[in-house]
Design a protein around this ligand. Structure first.
Ligand code: ATP
Length: 239
């Protein structure tokens, strides 16, 4: 299978602080790839660099064969890379439907697409359909995460990048979210999943990378990583 996304030798900085050091990572068509690491390792920065929110100072980022490291965040979304940031960032004073429609801004000239995709999101998340006219600010953390993912689906991603979707959620809700991510992937969307919850992520993913202080230190199939002693010790023993 061909690589949808390919990073090679990517460096990124915040001022003088180097947050990413020579990151190499690839995501194949149809895969779920997870990026694991502890607090401050550089997981969020990796996603932000791919989506153009942080500039890669060196290296290359290719998406479906095209170099994207110099494009604007808007151009990158248009190509089909959609980023659900940590902390969801939904519009709390707007209704579910309004939040979802905003997600379709790249398709605003195609009302038929918006209508069809809204139906699709409501099929994936019946709970959002039931509450479609309610303000998102009244929602639980799990429902807000569902809305954030639903909003990303509205712009028809080819690559969906999720930053810690399990953060702050009860284990049962984490399971629900992971099931939905699996379903979205089975329906054809490639996924790059950043997680601190290594247990949940490695259950779902096909392939995993470990990042430590801005560098990739491990890369293997998820089932291999699940059995690896250093991973068990560092990320799974207390999960
Ligand atoms: P977390 O799960 O805590 O978000 P992370 O693995 O996503 O961790 P990043 O947020 O990518 O880590 O941070 C990588 C490094 O860059 C850390 O040392 C962090 O302190 C630093 N950093 C992140 N954002 C900024 C910023 N806006 N300005 C300066 N330094 C930053």
């Amino acid at each position: 299978m061909s690589n949808v996304l390919e990073l090679s030798q990517v460096d990124a900085y915040y001022g003088k602080i180097q947050a990413l050091k020579g990151i190499a990572l690839s995501v194949k068509q149809g895969e779920i790839v997870t990026l694991l690491g502890s607090n401050g390792a550089g997981k969020s920065t990796t996603l932000k660099t791919i989506s153009g929110l942080v500039r890669a100072r060196n290296g290359s980022i290719r998406f479906m064969g095209e170099e994207i490291s110099k494009l604007t965040p808007h151009e990158i979304v248009e190509l089909g890379i959609v980023h659900v940031p940590e902390g969801r960032r939904i519009f709390t004073s707007m209704s579910v439907t309004e939040n979802l429609e905003l997600g379709a801004f790249t398709k605003r000239k195609d009302p038929k697409f918006i209508k069809r995709t809204l139906e699709h999101v409501f099929e994936l998340f019946p709970r959002l359909k039931e509450r479609r006219n309610q303000k998102a600010g009244t929602f639980s953390g799990g429902e807000q995460q569902m809305l954030a993912i639903g909003r990303a689906i509205m712009s028809d991603p080819k690559l969906l990048m999720l930053d810690e979707p399990s953060m702050g959620l009860a284990p049962i809700v984490v399971q629900d979210i992971m099931k939905i991510i699996k379903k979205i992937n089975e329906q054809g969307t490639t996924v790059l999943l950043v997680e601190q919850n290594a247990k949940a992520a490695l259950k779902l993913a096909h392939t995993g990378y470990v990042i430590e202080t801005g560098q990739i230190t491990m890369h293997d199939r998820a089932e291999k990583l699940r059995e690896d002693d250093s991973i068990i010790k560092a990320y799974l023993a207390h999960a």
